[in-house]
Design a protein around this ligand. Structure first.
Ligand code: SAM
Length: 170
């Protein structure tokens, strides 16, 4: 995930669907307090081993992105790198509500997802309109920016087309 937004980070950071933790580890290495969550225990074990090897203080926990309220915590900054685009349209409202339950008002969500702006799009391309429909004032969000980006995949030499969205919790 391109973290040009790092300078704008504030408070505690949640990395939703952290996988093996590269983004969480990077952000934690910059001094932020970071919790990475995932449903995949094997990925979390790798993430914890990396943290130990690198001497980085960071927390990893098992959690379902659809039930983040169960964490009982709130975050000023939330990262989603490659998770939103894995969910079908009918799953998005539940995920977006779950994100809202743990994001402080005026906090910021950063989403990096496959875009439909080809050529050579990723497997679950998302349009800007879909992002704006999923995150809107009626469900507590305001899209601040959607910028073209790239996301690394095994199948794309130079990454696949992506959107990097900055979304405010209102
Ligand atoms: C494409 S990977 C991205 C991993 C990481 N964010 C990165 O950028 O390398 C998507 C991750 O989301 C996790 N995931 C999928 N569904 C989830 C859910 N319902 N709750 C939490 N994590 C989930 C997967 O286990 C996987 O680690």
């Amino acid at each position: 995930m391109r973290l040009a937004a790092e300078g704008g980070f504030a408070g505690a950071v949640l990395d939703a669907g952290c996988g093996t933790g590269e983004n969480a580890l990077h952000v934690a290495s910059l001094g932020w307090s970071v919790l990475g969550v995932d449903v995949a225990e094997t990925a979390l074990a790798i993430a914890r081993a990396k943290a130990d090897d690198r001497g980085i203080e960071v927390e990893f926990a098992t959690a379902d992105a659809f039930q983040l309220e169960r964490l009982g915590r709130r975050f000023e900054t939330v990262l989603d790198c490659g998770l939103f685009h894995t969910f079908d349209g009918d799953e998005r409202p539940g995920y977006v509500a779950s994100l809202a339950s743990v994001t402080e008002h005026d906090g910021t969500l950063y989403v990096l997802c496959f875009s439909d702006d080809g050529p050579d799009t990723g497997p679950h391309p998302i349009s800007q309109q879909e992002l704006r429909a999923a995150f809107n004032p009626s469900n507590g969000w305001s899209v601040a920016a959607i910028e073209p980006d790239r996301v690394q995949t095994r199948d794309h030499h130079d990454g696949a087309p992506a959107w990097f969205a900055t979304i405010k919790r209102i």
